[in-house]
Design a protein around this ligand. Structure first.
Ligand code: NAD
Length: 492
């Protein structure tokens, strides 16, 4: 789809909250502009959900789940509805992909190849789980000499608030919405204010699929306003959040009142470890994708590149060549392989990290600048000869900036990989199967990939620990995260 067509599409997307089966605001007069990161022009002005809208949406969700029409729909029925969403999303993938490129600034082929197929598969995957949310039969020794039968049932957690970031809004919305709906929860999605358009369009598809009133809502708005109102609302039973650790902390504090459940998918500072026995060409390709895909605005970005000393200069050279082949430009142009960062604020943040790398003595081997043109672009950037103590090795940059560090032994590689506040993902490049399993076993991370970068699949649990958060989206873990297990014991 051409840019002009995508811009027209952006004007036709709903731009209001949706809940209780209707679009619009009741009282809120606030609105916010959505800015195109490439042209710096306003794409749309979206109405913000305020206290009245948040309260009404939560009340509608509560009654849908408690005794309303949603609570009465069985697993097979929920599966049918989720499959319908998958079909509608698949049929309109082209529009979603174009809108995502426009809104986020990512090259057109990325949402085509990754975000949209993943989102469709996620709805299908959880459509399959919906009628398999089973309990367990647990043998027990009896009660006062009488036999007992004990079993468990999994019940919906209740009303789920899903809060998503701007880097991959459609895919991450699917990760949160699909498991919660499959489990029988009602979901209120609070999309990112920097890129809310695909989430609003997704809401219109969920409406079209025929979910009962209150089962799903979307509340656009700024984080400190709509997001905070939603997580503070006592009618929300569970909060599933993807975003920064700073906001994750605020969400966790809000959830602590009422001891409400949370799944927190926060950032990462993921190591990509290249051993000397790796296929160096494949490793260089994979590592470059790991740090430059989606402008580096990826929670699992492999931003710490740990390389065996014996192949260090070789890998640095290969990565510099890969960086030089990156084409910054308009996401809708054919040759573009890297788009713009999400906002001026974020571009300036990434630039401050580049300045910190230089000030702390890392060797800038490519990039570091900003092209002279409109848009929030930053060149693909690599620092060599870095240490793990440097700011660029410790803090999440969330941009196209890789930090290359040498190691001398397997133990040292693992020690550097684990010397990190985050623990989300890691990548190991080696042709030695024993080394692959040994190192994968020793790395502290929610997900380790060997000879590939962060393969995504809705069947695989996704999440991390430490500063990367807690809990898992996706797979059976996604169902567990949205249900309560109740034990029933019958004395015979
Ligand atoms: P962010 O924390 O600024 O915002 C995330 C969401 O939280 C947005 O919808 C925002 O409006 C909302 N929010 C902000 N303040 C809030 C508040 N007080 N109460 C409730 N909600 C609030 O993050 P971001 O800048 O949108 O995204 C970048 C971050 O997300 C990075 O740290 C990145 O690593 C992380 N991320 C993690 C994963 C993962 O799966 N672990 C995936 C993608 C992004």
């Amino acid at each position: 789809m051409a840019r002009a067509e995508a811009e027209r599409l952006a004007k036709s997307v709903p731009r209001e909250p949706y809940y209780a089966g209707r679009w619009g605001v009741v009282r809120s007069a606030a609105a916010f502009d959505v800015v195109d990161p490439v042209t710096e022009r306003c794409l749309a002005t979206v109405a913000e959900a305020g206290p009245v809208e948040v309260d009404e949406a939560v009340c509608a969700a509560r009654s849908a789940v408690a005794d309303g029409t949603w609570g009465r729909i069985d697993g097979a029925g929920r599966g049918r509805l989720l499959n319908r969403v998958a079909d509608l999303l698949e049929a309109r993938s082209e529009e979603f992909a174009a809108l995502e490129s426009l809104d986020v600034g990512k090259p057109w082929f990325e949402p085509h190849a990754i975000d949209l197929p993943q989102a469709v598969r996620t709805f299908r995957h959880f459509a399959g789980w919906a009628d398999k949310v089973t309990g367990r039969s647990i043998p027990t020794p009896g009660y006062m000499g009488r036999a007992t039968v004990s079993y468990t049932v999994r019940e919906p957690a209740g009303v789920v608030a899903a809060i998503t970031p701007w880097n991959s809004p459609t895919m991450i919305a699917a990760w949160k919405v699909a498991p919660a709906l499959a489990a029988g929860c009602a979901v209120i999605l609070k999309p990112p204010e920097d890129a809310p358009l695909t989430s609003l369009l997704l809401a219109s598809l969920i409406e079209e699929a025929g979910f009962p009133l209150g089962a799903f809502g979307v509340l656009p708005g700024r984080g400190p306003v709509t997001g905070q109102l939603l997580v503070d609302h006592p009618g929300v039973d569970k909060i599933t959040f993807t975003g920064s650790p700073e906001t994750g902390h605020k969400v966790a504090v809000a959830a602590a009142s009422g001891f409400r459940r949370t799944t927190l998918e926060l950032g990462g500072k993921s190591p990509q470890i290249v051993f000397a026995d790796a296929d160096l060409d494949a490793a260089a390709d994979g590592v470059a994708v790991g740090i430059f895909a989606n402008q580096g605005e990826v929670c699992a970005a492999g931003s710490r590149i740990l390389v065996a000393r014996a192949v260090y200069e070789d890998i640095v050279k290969r990565l510099v060549t890969r960086a030089h082949s990156v084409r910054l430009g308009d996401p809708f142009d054919d040759g573009t392989t890297m788009g713009a960062l999400i906002s001026a604020r974020h571009r300036d943040r990434v630039s401050r990290y580049i300045a910190a790398g230089l000030a702390e003595g890392a060797r800038l081997v490519t990039g570091g600048g900003q092209p002279r043109r409109a848009g929030y672009f930053v060149e693909p950037t690599l620092f060599a000869d870095a240490t793990n103590a440097m700011t660029i090795a410790r803090e999440e940059i969330f941009g196209p900036v890789g930090t290359i560090i040498a190691f001398d032994s397997d133990d040292e590689a693992v020690a550097i990989a684990n010397d990190c506040d985050y623990a989300l993902a890691a990548t190991v490049w080696t042709s030695d199967i024993s080394r692959a399993h040994t190192v994968a076993g020793k790395i502290r991370a929610g997900a380790v990939a060997v000879n590939g970068w962060s393969p995504l699949d809705p069947a695989l649990p996704w999440g991390g620990c430490r500063l990367s958060g807690h809990g898992r989206d996706l797979g059976w873990a996604g169902i567990e995260a949205n249900t309560e297990e109740k034990t029933v014991t019958v004395v015979l």
